[in-house]
Design a protein around this ligand. Structure first.
Ligand code: SF4
Length: 351
């Protein structure tokens, strides 16, 4: 929980982005009854509820615990696990990493010492398609095939068997805790890559793979990827998602994967979700802005709705920020739209 300008802000971590329909319904109702009614999707594939009053956090915690969304209070800040959201749903991925993400989360919560990881520390599991290639994870695993994966804690990678992956990811986190002083991330630790691989007894033999791909809105086999404009789900949109699938997956790109959702494309589109790759709202994100954030110089979400149709696009993602902190900005290249109090800068130029 954090205190924001518009009340309490709760971030609910979802390892692998997986959310059962029953859990989504708990979040939807909690937001409607305790918060501002909306569910915000984050760049770490989590969900946020805003506008909680003084009694909100306690009541929300009880509901999350009952729904299985708060398995360990001590570990809550460190359950930062991204996984390729289409994993197991199409033939492009080389290995289904979502069960690995679930096992990693379970074992993470079983180790009391790992509750001491910094909250920014991130694990990522790419199923081989490269959709998480640009994510700045501390411990990054990418599938090679059904037997092996590449594990990296820096720019180089070691080939390891899948049977060892969970243990090695946790061991890398423990090695970081043993080596760190004030550092928040492995990248900040001097010679961190070598020190951690040495503790793991691993030898990096190849470069970390950096070739990437993006997941466009639209059908992917039986699955449907629906982008959520500005990452903000309304009560009606969330309710619809609970009705069209038993489970959804939140992506780090403010969209949702509905594993069997292809047939629901027209009704989701009518509800305001984006299910085609040519929509104006694809690849557009914004920070909270006014009134949610006390630092904001503008209501960036309202301004994005008003100004986006007239803006030229060049294929890059677009991120709107209410100040120079640029919270929630995407990784990789993006068009930087930043409020300056009396207008906006776009990539440093006055709009
Ligand atoms: S970028 Fe600035 S205005 Fe936006 S949420 Fe972060 S601190 Fe607030």
């Amino acid at each position: 929980m954090h205190q924001a300008a518009d009340g309490g802000l709760a971030r609910v971590r979802l390892p692998g982005g997986v959310l059962r329909a029953t859990q989504l319904e708990v979040l939807r109702k909690a937001s409607g009854e305790l918060g501002d009614g909306r569910l915000e999707l984050t760049s770490r594939a989590n969900v946020q509820i805003r506008g909680l009053d003084a009694d909100g956090p306690r009541e929300l915690s009880d509901r999350l615990f009952t729904a299985g969304l708060l398995p360990s209070i001590a570990h809550e800040r460190v359950r930062n696990i991204l996984a390729s959201p289409l994993s197991g749903l199409d033939p492009i991925g080389r290995y289904d990493v979502l069960p690995v993400a679930a096992a990693l989360d379970r074992h993470l919560c079983e180790r009391p010492g790992l509750a001491g990881l910094p909250g920014r520390f991130m694990f990522a599991l790419d199923d081989g398609r490269g959709d998480l290639a640009s994510v700045q994870a501390d411990v990054f695993v990418r599938a090679v095939d059904h037997r092996d994966a590449l594990l990296s804690v820096g720019t180089r990678a070691a080939r390891v068997p899948w049977d060892d992956v969970v243990e090695l990811m946790l061991a890398a986190a423990e090695a970081f805790l043993a080596e760190r002083q004030q550092e928040w991330r492995i990248a900040e630790l001097e010679d961190g890559e070598r020190r951690i691989l040495d503790r793991l007894g691993l030898q990096a033999t190849e470069d970390r793979p950096t070739a990437g791909t993006t997941i466009a809105a639209g059908p992917h086999g039986d699955a449907l990827v629906a982008a959520v404009p500005l990452g903000s789900l309304s009560q009606q949109q969330a309710a619809m998602l609970t009705q069209v699938a038993d489970e959804i997956r939140i992506t780090p790109w403010r969209s949702v994967v509905i594993p069997t959702g292809r047939g629901a494309q027209p009704e989701l589109e009518r509800a305001g979700l984006v299910t085609t790759p040519d929509s104006l709202w694809n690849g557009v994100s914004a920070c909270a802005g006014r009134p949610g954030c006390g630092k904001a110089l503008a209501d960036v979400r309202a301004d994005a709705v008003r100004l986006l149709p007239g803006m030229p696009r060049d294929g890059r993602r677009v991120h709107w920020s209410g100040c120079e902190r640029r919270c929630g900005r995407p990784t990789g290249e993006f068009v930087d739209v930043m409020a300056i109090g009396n207008g906006y800068l776009v990539d440093g130029e006055r709009m």
